[in-house]
Ligand binder design. Sequence first.
Ligand code: ATP
Length: 314
Amino acid sequence: MGSAGEFEKGRRAVGRTLRLRAPAKVNLHLEVLRQRHDGYHDIETILQAVRIFDRVAVTLVEQYPGGEPRIELAVSGSGDVPKGAANLCWQAARHFCRETGSSGRLAIDLTKNIPVAAGLGGGSSDAAAVLKACNDLFGTKLDDAELEHLAAPLGADVPFFVRGGTAMGRGIGTELTSLPRISRCQFLIVKPAMHLKTQDVYGDLKMGLTVNSAKANIGVVGPLLTRFPQRSWPGFNRLEEVVLPSQPAIQRLVHRLRELAPIAMLSGSGAAAYAAFAVDDDLSEVVAEFAEAGLYVEVVGPHPSGVELEVGSS
Ligand code: ATP
């Protein structure tokens, strides 16, 4: 432990800001394999980053040689997210500092665009953006594999957003393998005005001793992804078994999406669902249909990477 004098000596005004964009994700496949003793579930999932972005600006106002960081968080944009220490941005900043021995005064400015508690991974992506920004601002120089490792305790989807693109997730979703990228596809993402808590959805699964087998063989899935969504796709979302019967609005939505496209399912634990279309399909009429019914609707392409610096931010 250094004395107060040494602490003062080690302070350094920095004032540098990094601006990142944090993409959403959809699950192209989600099988729940088994319930674990720690309450989590082992899953097999295929994650796809998509081009709906939260904006995250992180300023390192002052760097300290140690001690707890001071974190200020400002939140704007759509959706109701926690403003203080419960926000995943805040937690990511503190986690980064504790794990790397860095400290300082950080100002985080979060602009939400990704619908909240929708199964689109917004909070996890924001957390990954903060980790990436801190790594740069503190000059920690962790590589992406180290950042993914650091990200896992913050949430099962956080490592994916460090990597992005298209990836298989195993274990609780944090053991990632990159897959061939999808390029010629557009996703129609629709969400009714309701929030579902991931924990509650998994809790309602009541798997007991049920053990499902892994179904996604990378050797089979890889070639299918290169043609996605042109060929039949074996992916499904096991969580539909609990969400659809208990949420009629989501059930109606998923059924309607399946009338429109062969690949359509709930994303993560919902409440958002999506349908995949060829890149040149005209979706203006279906977008109008959902918008007129008062649902959130976006048409977005796949994003080939994860969280990334905004152009011109350095
Ligand atoms: P997951 O499947 O990881 O639970 P999700 O995609 O369904 O996530 P998120 O939008 O990430 O949903 O929100 C999950 C919960 O996390 C919400 O209850 C929200 O209040 C909380 N949360 C904390 N920080 C954030 C953040 N920066 N953005 C969104 N939600 C946040």
